[in-house]
Design a binder for this molecule. Sequence first.
Ligand SMILES: Cc1cc2nc3c(=O)[nH]c(=O)nc-3n(C[C@H](O)[C@H](O)[C@H](O)COP(=O)(O)O)c2cc1C
Length: 97
Amino acid sequence: MTNILLINGSKSAPSKSQGIWEYAIMALAEQGVKTALLSVRDLPAEDLVFWKYNSPNLEQPKALLTDAQAVIIATPIYKASSTGLLKTFLDLLPQKA
Ligand SMILES: Cc1cc2nc3c(=O)[nH]c(=O)nc-3n(C[C@H](O)[C@H](O)[C@H](O)COP(=O)(O)O)c2cc1C
């Protein structure tokens, strides 16, 4: 079964991006696609900002990425850029991730 990781780059809760993901998860499930949702706002900010790549808190999010066959990212735009939270998470990923 296809396994897709959805990443929500929003810092907010409730979040409009989250609403989009909830709809997408439902639509993908109807197609038989398995999804996992990762909200960067749920990750420990200090680990992200100080680039604690080996933090045990990041093991599960990294495992979700490793297991995924595809990744879809949705992020709100603030001042013509994706969120800083999302950027700090993507910066942690290995070069060839
Ligand atoms: C301070 C601020 C700056 C924003 N800048 C942009 C922007 O440059 N371009 C854009 O299309 N939307 C911009 N927006 C709108 C947000 O991207 C939009 O409200 C988004 O849906 C919020 O998503 P969320 O509810 O998942 O956090 C901005 C909103 C705020 C509050």
